[in-house]
Structures are given as structure tokens and as C-alpha cells.
Ligand binder design. Sequence first.
Ligand code: SAH
Ligand code: SF4
Ligand code: F3S
Length: 449
Amino acid sequence: MNRNDAPKTPATFHVKSFGCQMNVYDGERMAEMLGARGMTAAAEGVDADLVILNTCHIREKAVDKVYSDIGRMTRDDGTRPMIAVAGCVAQAEGSEISRRARNVDIVVGPQAYHRLPDLIDRAGRGEAAVDTDMPAASKFGALPARSKQARPTAFLTIMEGCDKFCTYCVVPYTRGAEISRSWNAILDEAKALVDGGVREITLLGQNVNAWTGEDDRGRMQGMDGLVRELAKISGLARIRYTTSHPNDMSDGLIAAHGEEPKLMPFLHLPVQSGNDRILKAMNRSHSVDSYLRIIERVREMRPDIALSGDFIVGFPGESDAEFEDTLRIVDQVRYAQCYSFKYSSRPGTPAADMDGQIAAEVMDERLARLQAAINRHQVTFNSATVGRSTNILLERKGRYPGQLIGKSPWLQSVHITAPELGIGDMVEVEIISAGPNSLAGQPSRRKAA
Ligand code: SAH
Ligand code: SF4
Ligand code: F3S
């Protein structure tokens, strides 16, 4: 490692997170840990003494982005910050990263970042600082308690890892096996967040609904039991969760959607493809029918639920007709929003060696058609809320004076102009107009006045 020009004892840091919400959560925990040790956060990358790139390995593009960022870390005067690569690229590539990018000082995997302070000291002494262990003792026990939050919404990781091994996916290798955090650890963290001003918590996991654990009386619980217990925290107004897997959608969790008012009417349930042969080749272990049956049952419990999904186009061997099946399932489910991706071949996954890799132009065309279908349903879903009254939780300021932006129960952004209100307020609004990506609302009490 080339350590000549990087600071030896960093006093300021900047964390930049890529990828999924679990990385955002990890980034916040790293920042809180370094803050508790007396370091201060810097607003922008290269100005900081230490830059932590909290990386994502899911698609090739995500990885390329990290290496181009590392390449841009030199300051105008020729010096550079100490550079740490954290997250899933760190786990997947380990010390290979510092061979490919000589200015990387620290490589730390997603299960080892509680050891960052020690790694910073080692890097400061010019020693190798690579830690991609997946220690048996969870990092969570070694992290400081949650501090006061700047926003009224927060993420809370309740389980990590994945045992599903979809044939295209790196997550089981970068995050390890499914491990649930304990009932008490989760409740304690949720209470600390609420004490710090949080009103909405999103429970996180790569397969969050696979969470399982004993409650304080030794009874086995699933995520529905956990949600019901969290709902008892009086200052907590809203509970969400993501990402869930169709196979872990238990009867209890489906029922909770009809019974627990704090559980928001939103379900992100990725299906990936609308064709059974492709689902089998992906090792998804659910069929189109079994997926649609879950959607039907959730809708019976909670008719207004907003559904969201993930799709991959151009999986190896996907024919035109098989892709058309994906368009069909989008029309059947009528999603409120979706994420869609071109298949990206990942080294070490079974799909990377499959026959029938699809040409880039074919993937581009399929993605455009899929996104057009998704957008059509998104517009329909948003338009259907016009004229309705609903509660929104105000999360941030808008661009104009007096403008505030909140989220509806269905996770839509709602803009209002209300100088008398503030961030963290829950207000009833009437939706007055809808666009593809956001809604405009008017506080109900002003209308009544
Ligand atoms: N555990 C979640 C998703 C985690 S990854 C689930 O199974 O639903 C987030 C999304 O990235 C996946 O749902 C999938 O749509 C996409 N994805 C994963 N690997 C990919 C790859 N190799 N190429 C393209 N998209 C991929
Ligand atoms: Fe990846 Fe499949 Fe696990 Fe989701 S369920 S993280 S897509 S292996
Ligand atoms: Fe990316 Fe790792 Fe999340 S690969 S999507 S950051 S689990």
C-alpha cells in the first residue's frame, strides 16, 4: 500500500454509501461509532481525513463506480485522504482491492466494521488493514447505542444475510448466512430511536421476513410477532419492512397487514420474472402462481396495499415469449412502483456460466418496454389517490419557501406548502394532484378553516 501522503491520525471522516438500504444503515452506524470516538463528520469526500466508501457488489456497474471514485480521491495539492473500502465489494474482493487500487488503506467487510477504529490505527502506522471476517459474535454488540437522529424516519437492521442462493446473486457470498438479531436487541434499538425523535422505523434485512427469534418469555416468534411488539412503543407511529422474499411471507405476517394499524400498507415483494422456467433457472423456489396467490391473500387482508417488486430482464436463456410473461405479471399485479434491472453477470455465481447470455441491445429494449409498463401502473396508482384524505409524515424541506415533503402510508412523496408545520409532524392532507413520482397535498385543517 502506498501510504506516503495520507493522514496518519484522521480527525474528520466522510461515509459514502452505495447499494441497498442495509448499506445506508451500516453507513449510519459507522458514522455514529466514529462520532462517539471523537471524530467529526465532513460534508464532502476528499476534504475529509478519512473517506469510507461503503460499496455494493450486486451489479458490475456498481463495482465500476467504486473504482472510479477511488481514482478521483487525490486533492488539488497532491495529498489524499485515508481511504477505506467497506461493504460488499470489500467482502467479495478483499485484499485484491488494494492490489488493484494502490491508494486504498483499509478494506473492511460488512460484518467487521465495528473493528474500524483498530483498522484506522493500523493503517495510520502503515500496516496492512484488511478485515473480511464474519465473526461469530455479532458486530451489533460492539457498536455504541443509537444517538439522536436528525430525521423522523430511521432504518433498523433486524436480520442479515441470505440462504436462498438465487443463481444470479452475490448477496449470499457477500453477506453470509441468514442471521436474526435478538428480540431484545431490536426492541432496545427501536426504543432508543424513538427516544431520539424517530416516528417511523423501516425494519431491514436481505430477506427481512425470514426473521425469527425468541421473545422475552422464550416463545418462538416470527416477524409478525416482532411487528406487533414494536407497535406497542407509544411514540412510534409507523412500521415498514424491506426486502421480503415470497417464501417467507407467513400467514401471521399477511394477517398483521389487516390487523396492525401501525404496519403501513406497502409491501415490497420481488418476483424477478413472470415465467416459471426462468424462475426455476434463477432458483427462486416460488412459481408465478404461488406468488400471485400471496398477493391475492395480502390484498384480501388489506385491499388498499401498495405493491412493489424487483425485476431482472435478460437472464441467460430468456426468450422473447418468456420476457412477455414478465410484462403480463406486471399487468396482473398492478404494482404501485418497481425496480427493474438488466441482468449483470457476476463472477462466481452459477448463472455466469449458463448458456444463452443475452445481447446488450436485447436487454436495453426489454428494459425499456418493462419500464413503460411499470410507469403506466405507477401513474394509475398515484392518480387514484387524488381527492383522498390521508396522513403524511413530514420528512424534509422542499425547494420553495414554506414547502415540506412527507410520505403517504403508500410510500409516495407528498409536497405541501405549510409554513406553520415542521419536520416530524404527522398531518392529515387532501391529495390535490398526482404526477408519476410525487403527489401534491393540502393540509385538511386549513381547508376546513
Ligand atoms: N433479497 C432481495 C433482493 C436483494 S438484491 C430479494 O431476493 O428479493 C436487490 C435486487 O437486485 C434483486 O431483487 C434483483 O432484482 C437485483 N439483482 C440481484 N442480482 C442481480 C444481477 N446479477 N443482475 C441484475 N440484477 C440483480
Ligand atoms: Fe439475492 Fe435471491 Fe438472496 Fe435476494 S433471495 S438476496 S436475490 S440470493
Ligand atoms: Fe449491494 Fe451488498 Fe446490498 S451487494 S444490494 S450492498 S447487500
